[in-house]
Design a protein around this ligand. Sequence first.
Ligand code: UDP
Length: 473
Amino acid sequence: MEDPREPHVLILPFPAQGHTKPMLCLAKLLASAGVRVTFLSTHHNRCSPSSSPSPLLRFVSISDGLPDDHPRSLELIGEFLLSIKTAMKARLREFLLSESAEPPLTCVIADGIMSIGIDVAEELGVLAISFRTFSACCLWTFFCVPTFIHEGKLPFPDDDLDKEFHGLPGAEGLLRRRDLPSMCRSQIESNPYRYFLDETTTMTRASALILNTFDTLEGPMLSRLTTIFANVYAIGPLHALAAESDIGHSSGRTAFVGSLRIEDRSCMTWLDSQASRSVVYVSFGSLAKITIDQLMELRHGLVDGGRPFLWVLREDAILGENEETVKSLLSELKVPSERRCVVNWAPQEEVLAHPAVGGFLSHGGWNSTLESIAAGIPMICWPHTGDQQINSRWVSEVWKIGLDMKDTCDRSTVETMVRTLMEDKNEEIMKSMARISALSSASVVSEGSSSKNLGRLIENLRKIGRTSRAISR
Ligand code: UDP
């Protein structure tokens, strides 16, 4: 006879802002639907709201195995990934074996680049679901990379990144070499590159795939992924879906928006003083770093673009300069003026929803892209790494909701792009963005595709709960 069991899901994000936020939105949505959730972050990336938005949602953390003062930056990503695979995996196993919460865990939802969650779930006899926080188009590309390697298309035979790239099913005639995920430019056998390829392969051992996207945005790519996963749940934009749900609103914003940094809300007052749709919002996410030269080009380009701008310049965003130089430059830039506001971290969703904002100069991170779409704000993408090169190509050439500034950062290009986006020459972009933004809103209403897909996921989590083995302790 089946052992009736209430579902209890462990959610395991990769320890970084862009992964934590959508997975926290999912945690909140599951809890609001009556599913018990344990949200497991690392001590260093701790998600510890002052109070949980739901009695069904519990926050715990374990060590990632690195010393406290390790920067955990993109430059040292190899060390970080190795520590996750070894030390953190051991701690995850220990945690799950000593876990005494009732009801016992019935499912692990592991980030698509945290296969340690799948490994440990399998060892302990618990079902695993993979949640890749990237776009479907990028995930599909990752699945095709081994074929590109096999066919000798990767590594690129020469340095010409403008050459057309053929062979990605569903994207014929769309890509240049430079539009592939950034790692395709590096040595295939380099460790981070291998890590992401191996993680992609391991994901297929999961019983289902969750993606933060929506059917009407990425239908063709989602169909291709259903050839790999029997169950694909497209439940995005998760921040918009979570906003539709009520719980958490009384518990303080960080309880549910998932920002790991302190937001400087002074920029909202500054935005209040600006004319409608006049401001360019500039942010390159939580990890990207720029050189002083790039910073100066961006600064001049933005000024020459003739629009006021709100710029998120994190204190850790400048590469390879002496600390004093950076500090004095940032403090000079951070003196607000009528035309400029520079902050360390902004409440991005609120900024994009502010009537003064008319354009977003972004790195094309997937959360930022979805947030821009949900708010209906056209983009200029200046991709840095990972999935951003693919996302920005889709932004400019498939969805036509923005411009792609890939691999250039000089003042005149920045100026031209700002003028093109913010002045009336961008009718096609505005129309496409209005259409896609409406599709995004339609996907998260109660009868929308993402709401329905979430309903299917919850139903399946309940079924798993009824049939799964408890973790043996
Ligand atoms: N973000 C924010 N305030 C900022 C800059 C970014 O809240 O000043 C949030 C943004 O809303 C998004 C996330 O940080 O949800 C960045 O994720 P994304 O995938 O765009 O980029 P990543 O940080 O992973 O490169």
